[in-house]
Write a protein that binds this ligand. Structure first.
Ligand SMILES: Nc1ncnc2c1ncn2[C@@H]1O[C@H](COP(=O)(O)OP(=O)(O)OP(=O)(O)O)[C@@H](O)[C@H]1O
Length: 559
């Protein structure tokens, strides 16, 4: 656990964590020494030697004072270490999220990421102070006491030592049971979060679906599952902790029996025996506390496992030295691709010439959007090559592709910020005037005029204050601002109002003037004005492709 925490800590958090751990070790050893010092104090008191008892109490007080200072230091450093560790974990998570392949986010991951970013990271960051401290003390203090016990009475020390492996096995068992329960619980929480987020987002649709809709059932099932798993976790954890406490108490009983036997034989005087039994009881206390809190460590371990799993997600291969494309043409060569084994494109080949507009048409589900996602390198094909300017996309590297391609997809995500800032994301390096100009070219000014607050009107979460067509206009404005040489435009299939229809048509005309434009075309106007049309057959291939007249059956040539 310590090694894993240090792995996720940045240099400052690592320094603070190590300092905190050093303080904890000192505190635990001092606690053990203080317990040991009780024996001579009690012995002197039993013997009625008050002077010796006073002197020994003085030594105990000094140890207690140093202990208090070390304890205070551990607390102070611990708080700073927790804050530094939290910063470090969130930074690592953020850095990793931006590195992950875009396709990874497609599956239901939001619940898991939200879980790590909120309770998970917070829990891990407080683990050293809230849990690890007690667990370390639970091992180091008894070990110190045991070492001292060998000096005071080796026979009782041996009796204690015999119980150590039994306690170690019990501790491992408790920890594993809690870890298993917690892993299942975390997964159930993530699933339930996904369902609840989905449920909230889908409210407009659900309002018309009635109470027994699928979404209601899914949310209900996932919450019930979470409840069931939680109860199971509590039952296993509680039983484990109780069993562990019983094992620890058994060790005290063994000590009592051995001590009584020795006292009856006369080899230990009663005063020493009582003092050693008090020590034995104190020996057990930190161990029981460690057992109780080991669950906390297991919960933190679940979050660290999730972070490890995120670190293990393989990115798309990147070239050591990215090559430069000759131009901005796009070529698909024998490309085969599918999602989760279900084929979508099979041995597909076509070229979208540089500086021209290519319209992709075809039946629903034939892979039109998938083609644009392969160009943007959200995925790499299973076989065949997607090239830009004669260079296979993997040899260009993701950064070059991201810089060269401006995608305008149907599922446009807008941040809950102003309209202007949502356009600005397209090219944060440019000034406000350039942003307003690009937004005006995409007719976003009409939307700003309509909303109170104009350019500074907020668009709501995910752009909920705008219509689908309006959201796409903002996305088009981002693409215009980015000035990328390749634009991928997935035309909205939803019925566009006349304003959006005209806006999209105008922008298409502007973009085709100087960029390679690939449009998943739904509007007849776009299809008719394209320089080239690629018509998919719905079986993974191309039915026809041709130049401008292809839609009308003219100048058709197969790939
Ligand atoms: N992320 C994904 N995971 C699994 N399957 C997917 C994913 N994205 C798309 N698909 C499936 O791949 C197929 C092609 O999808 P794609 O979106 O490329 O089709 P399309 O031709 O653009 O359809 P439409 O015109 O309806 O938008 C569909 O069967 C779709 O269900």
């Amino acid at each position: 656990m310590i090694r894993r925490l240090l792995h996720y800590a940045d240099p400052r958090a690592r320094r603070l964590l190590l300092a905190e751990l050093a303080c904890i070790v000192v505190v635990a050893i001092l606690q053990g020494i203080a317990f040991l010092l009780l024996v001579p104090v009690l012995r002197a008191l039993f013997d009625g030697d008050t002077t010796a008892a006073g002197n020994r109490l003085g030594v105990l007080a000094v140890v207690g004072g140093v202990y208090a200072v070390a304890f205070w230091c551990a607390g102070q450093i611990g708080m700073r270490a927790s804050t530094a560790l939290l910063d470090s974990l969130l930074t690592r998570l953020g850095d990793r999220l931006v590195e992950l392949p875009v396709a990874w986010f497609g599956a239901d991951r939001s619940g898991m990421i939200a879980g790590i970013a909120t309770q998970g990271a917070m829990f891990v960051s407080t683990t050293p102070y809230s849990f690890l401290r007690h667990v370390l003390t639970g091992f180091i203090t008894p070990a110190t006491v045991l070492a001292g016990m060998y000096v005071l009475d080796w026979r009782l020390a041996v009796a204690m030592t015999v119980m150590v492996p039994v306690m170690a096995v019990g501790y491992r068992w408790v920890r594993r049971a809690i870890a298993r329960g917690d892993a299942a619980h975390s997964e159930a929480v993530a699933q339930a979060s996904n369902r609840v987020i989905e449920f909230a987002r889908a409210q407009p649709v659900l309002r018309t679906a009635g109470d027994d809709s699928i979404a209601h059932r899914l949310v209900d099932e996932s919450l019930r599952n979470q409840h069931r798993v939680y109860r199971g976790m509590l039952a296993t954890g509680g039983a484990g902790i109780a069993a562990f406490a019983a094992i620890v108490q058994l060790s005290l009983t063994v000590l009592l029996v051995v001590g009584a036997y020795l006292a009856i034989g006369g080899s230990v005087d009663p005063a020493t025996l009582i003092a050693l039994l008090v020590l034995g009881a104190r020996f057990n206390e930190p161990i029981v506390a460690a057992g109780d809190l080991s669950g906390g460590i297991s919960v933190a371990r679940t979050t660290l496992d999730q972070l490890d799993a995120l670190s293990a997600v393989r990115g798309l291969p990147e070239p050591a030295t990215p090559r430069k494309p000759a131009d901005w043409s796009i070529r698909f060569d024998d490309v085969t691709f599918g999602y989760d084994g279900a084929p979508v494109l099979e041995r597909l080949s076509f070229t979208a010439p540089a500086g021209r507009m290519t319209a992709i048409v075809g039946p629903s589900g034939s892979g039109k959007t998938t083609i644009t996602k392969l160009v943007a390198r959200f995925y790499d094909p299973e076989s065949g090559t997607v090239s830009i300017g004669g260079v296979p996309v993997p040899e260009l590297g993701t950064a070059v592709v991201e810089g060269a391609v401006a995608p305008v997809f149907q599922d446009v995500y807008l941040f809950d910020d102003t309209i202007l800032n949502n356009v600005w994301i397209g090219n944060p390096g440019l000034g406000r005037d350039a942003v307003v100009a690009a937004a005006t070219r995409a007719r976003v000014d009409e939307i700003a005029d309509r909303l109170p607050g104009g350019w500074d009107a907020r668009v709501g979460e995910g752009g909920s204050n705008l219509s689908g067509g309006e959201r796409q206009r903002v996305s088009i404005a981002r693409a215009l601002l980015k000035e990328a040489p390749i634009v991928l435009l997935d035309e909205a299939t939803a019925a566009l109002d006349i304003g959006n229809e005209i806006a999209v048509g105008e922008v298409v005309e502007q973009l085709r003037a100087d960029r390679t434009l690939v449009v998943v075309a739904h509007r007849l106007q776009t299809i008719m004005t394209a320089d080239q049309i690629v018509m998919l057959d719905g079986a993974g291939g191309i039915r026809e492709s041709g130049t401008r007249g292809a839609a009308a059956g003219l100048e058709v040539r197969t790939p």
